[in-house]
Design a protein around this ligand. Sequence first.
Ligand SMILES: *[C@@H]1O[C@H](CO)[C@@H](O)[C@H](O)[C@H]1NC(C)=O
Ligand SMILES: *[C@@H]1O[C@H](CO)[C@@H](O)[C@H](O)[C@H]1NC(C)=O
Ligand SMILES: *[C@@H]1O[C@H](CO)[C@@H](O)[C@H](O)[C@H]1NC(C)=O
Ligand SMILES: *[C@@H]1O[C@H](CO)[C@@H](O)[C@H](O)[C@H]1NC(C)=O
Length: 523
Amino acid sequence: MKGHEEKLMNIYWVKKHNSLISKWFRSLNKRASLLTYIFLLLFFFSFLLISLLFFAGWIPPAKYVGHSSSSQKALKVFTKKPEITPEYPLDCNAWNLTNTCPKNYPNSTKPSSANTSPESTCPEYFRWIHEDLRHWKKTGVTREMVEKARATAHFRLTIVDGKMYVEKFKESIQTRALFTMWGIAQLMRWYPGKLPDLELMFDADDRPVVPANDFRLPGSEPPPLFRYCSDWNSLDIVFPDWSFWGWAETNIRPWRYVLKDIKEGNKRTKWEDRVPYAYWKGNPHVCPWRADLMKCNATDQNDWNTRLYVQDWIAESQKGYKQSNLGDQCTHRYKIYIEGWAWSVSEKYILACNSPTLLMTQRWYDFFIRGMIPQQHYWPVRDSDKCRSLKYAVEWGNNHTEKAKAIGEAGSRFIHEDMKMEYVYDYIFHVLNEYAKLLKYKPTVPINAIELCSESMACPADGIWRKFMEESLEKTPSDSPPCKMPPPYQPHELMAFVDGSGKATREVESWENEYWDKENNKN
Ligand SMILES: *[C@@H]1O[C@H](CO)[C@@H](O)[C@H](O)[C@H]1NC(C)=O
Ligand SMILES: *[C@@H]1O[C@H](CO)[C@@H](O)[C@H](O)[C@H]1NC(C)=O
Ligand SMILES: *[C@@H]1O[C@H](CO)[C@@H](O)[C@H](O)[C@H]1NC(C)=O
Ligand SMILES: *[C@@H]1O[C@H](CO)[C@@H](O)[C@H](O)[C@H]1NC(C)=O
């Protein structure tokens, strides 16, 4: 179980049992005070102190619950569930003294529970890990291939004997690389000792850079390069982005917290009571298609059923981002997702709202979207005919409220359940594990690499970076082993899946065509 939840559970447990415990102790108290009276009668004042000391040692300290804060602390210790996983807080004292990573990290030797809890199979979208690594299935991954991936990489990650080393090549945009490394460091705390030795190159920029076309011939093997998104013409290996541990520059908190905020937000307004239009808020200046979307905003002449807003990050940052709380953005019945310069971090936040996501035709994919199905988890809208497509989608949804609601809920469930933080770790675990199986050489610690641990990243950090690191620190190892990796798709299965998605999208497009033909005939 994770640290903060565990703490919450402890507090909950203490609260729930408070009344019981205090009843029990009240009765004990009566007896205890009787005893005290006898003592008082028998001994002088000078002996009282000794007797009290004796009492303190003899009667459990929890007796004094509610009387002083120090005894409340004692109560917590007293009532703590036995056999609780030890916590591993940041040890900045040690780091400051020695500038070396702690040696006493938890090992994989977590007692019993780790091996006894039943393994569940990972969500379906994990199967794409096999697809992303398929290109190296026959050849394996050689040192030369990895070196070739260095050309655009921001850092090299090496794991040897359960320790993580990083060789930095260049700065990334904002703190992307740092928070990605942080995420991997948390994975090592979450599944200590479970990661195999490996070496990989990571490119923290936006767009994929390994075109499949360049590696069609045998003997020209693609460099394995990890990044946040890829496309159907590229061989880059997708990896969850940094924002799962917080996006400090935009004040978006770590995923566990955001999920909770959005869940709360979803409860505030029932779907039926939400504004019956399609909502989008973001920066339209990053790419032409977003600028194009702005033309669909409602005007006096034309209402495309959309409500679009520009996110002004500078103004927001001056106001402390109060306007951009993600939990407060689930106010409309429909939410638009449109890519930015590449995939957008906003995708998962938008899909989590319990409102159908109107998903603009995608050029890129991140690690989870390939598991989502049009008409089931989201509603497809056309990039090539944005305004009319959006207007139709909203009107269809308002005509078919039950179906629309179901799409919103299915998409949201995917995000809240299949993509909860535990599964994000499992995904990373499996993609690294499967990749490591392909390595044809035994990785060694590179000369220019330094050992990374949570301390080396968090102790020197301050401000919001430090805050997010503390919030997303994994303080205890996972209670259970990673989920069981599902098998690769058989070629026919994969085809059926891709065809099914294509059909569902084309069906919506044909409905749109029909609708607009009719509308045009009216005029
Ligand atoms: C460690 O050093 C940093 C920076 O020098 C300082 O801000 C921090 O308070 C120190 N932490 C501890 C626990 O000594
Ligand atoms: C983990 O294992 C190493 C080597 O086997 C050992 O030195 C270390 O004390 C262990 N750490 C813990 C927390 O048990
Ligand atoms: C879109 O229209 C709404 C209301 O009419 C307005 O408040 C908003 O600023 C407009 N958005 C853009 C991007 O022009
Ligand atoms: C919604 O219902 C209205 C009234 O029945 C109908 O005219 C319109 O075509 C429908 N629109 C869609 C997109 O289903």
